[in-house]
Design a protein around this ligand. Structure first.
Ligand code: AR6
Length: 176
């Protein structure tokens, strides 16, 4: 049984087995949550990232967490919102699903996600939240024993409010 948790705050302060980074395809750092994660993890992170040779949109790669409280980082590249006709929804779903698959392959049982693509990449927040929740619930249905806890970490009030109401409507009540 997986507990789905909603929190408001900074993902770099959290202690799950893995936190997810909303990276770009270079994996070499950037702004937003990516900048915060690289800043908190320290410069050794970018050295490991260089060895990964980038990442395609909708895919995910794993590194160590270095100075972060989280042991690992799953780097995934969300889609840039382009009006909705460029498979953005499918690609965002894939970011969440493949991050979970990669964690499960490494026997990691707790994971925290930021709201991928909803910042600099301008994905509409309501659709992004619905897509994220769908990917997580689909994964939990197919592999109910893989995770003990999956956390959605919202940095801004708007995302937090959207997740609160969507999770309530989905009857997922194990959130803070
Ligand atoms: N903890 C949790 N969430 C955060 C934090 C934090 N410390 N900081 C920001 N957010 P964004 P994207 C939220 O722009 O849209 C980078 O330059 C933020 O409020 O970080 O996927 C990459 O290198 C928003 O809801 O990522 C890429 O080039 C969410 O994280 C590009 O930005 C995602 O916003 C990726 O854009």
């Amino acid at each position: 049984m997986t507990q789905i948790t909603l929190v408001k705050g900074d993902i770099t302060k959290m202690h799950p087995d893995a936190i997810v980074n909303a990276a770009n395809s270079s994996l070499l750092g950037g702004g937003g949550v990516d900048g915060a994660i690289h800043g908190a993890a320290g410069t050794e992170l970018v050295h490991e990232c260089r060895l990964l040779a980038g990442c395609k949109t909708g895919e995910a790669k794993i590194t160590k967490g270095y100075n972060l409280p989280a042991k690992h980082i799953i780097h995934t590249v969300g889609p840039v919102w382009n009006g909705g006709s460029k498979k953005e929804e499918h690609l965002l779903y894939s970011c969440y699903y493949k991050s979970l698959e990669l964690c499960a392959q490494h026997k990691l049982t707790t994971i925290a996600f930021p709201n991928i693509s909803t910042g600099i990449y301008h994905f509409p927040k309501q659709l992004a939240a619905a897509t994220a929740i769908k990917a997580v619930t689909d994964f939990c249905e197919s592999e109910p024993e893989a995770f003990t806890e999956i956390t959605f970490v919202c940095f801004d009030d708007e995302n937090y409010t959207i997740y609160q109401s969507l999770l309530a409507a989905t009857h997922i009540t194990n959130y803070e």
